[in-house]
Design a protein around this ligand. Structure first.
Ligand code: SF4
Ligand code: SF4
Length: 120
């Protein structure tokens, strides 16, 4: 890019609205194709652990005995491997911005025991 064009862009940006916003007070419309973050429809989860084995970042922990499915959003890189591998198709990428956090956390979801509920 020539220095003349670059200078023109710099000068032009002085009179344009900034591209940045005061997130999270302001948000922009998510761009098409935003991967967002992983959500789990736990009613369909069978705690098979395939997502945990598939995740290259060790972001998912499945505890079969405790019936919990957990994700560390600070490890997840939104690659989508877990969603593609899930045999029950209960994982998906929510195309929305990840909620704001002031400290690291792990999101733990309780997985209902569908068999026990059906037997009652
Ligand atoms: S792969 Fe799907 S069904 Fe298996 S534990 Fe993960 S979320 Fe649940
Ligand atoms: S999207 Fe990728 S990094 Fe994130 S939890 Fe799934 S497999 Fe792991």
């Amino acid at each position: 890019m020539g220095s003349f064009k670059l200078g023109g862009m710099t000068f032009g940006s002085l009179f344009k609205k900034p591209e940045t916003v005061l997130y999270p007070l302001e948000t922009k419309t998510p761009p098409a194709g935003l991967k967002g973050h992983i959500v789990n429809d736990v009613d369909r989860c069978i705690l098979c652990g395939i997502c945990q084995k598939t995740c290259p970042c060790h972001a998912i922990t499945v505890e079969k005995k405790a019936r919990t499915w957990a994700i560390d959003p600070f490890r997840c890189v939104q690659c989508g491997s877990c969603a593609r591998a899930c045999p029950k198709a209960c994982l998906s990428m929510d195309p929305a911005y990840t909620p704001v956090a002031t400290s690291e956390y792990v999101r733990v979801l309780e997985v209902p025991d569908q068999k026990a509920a059906a037997a009652e």
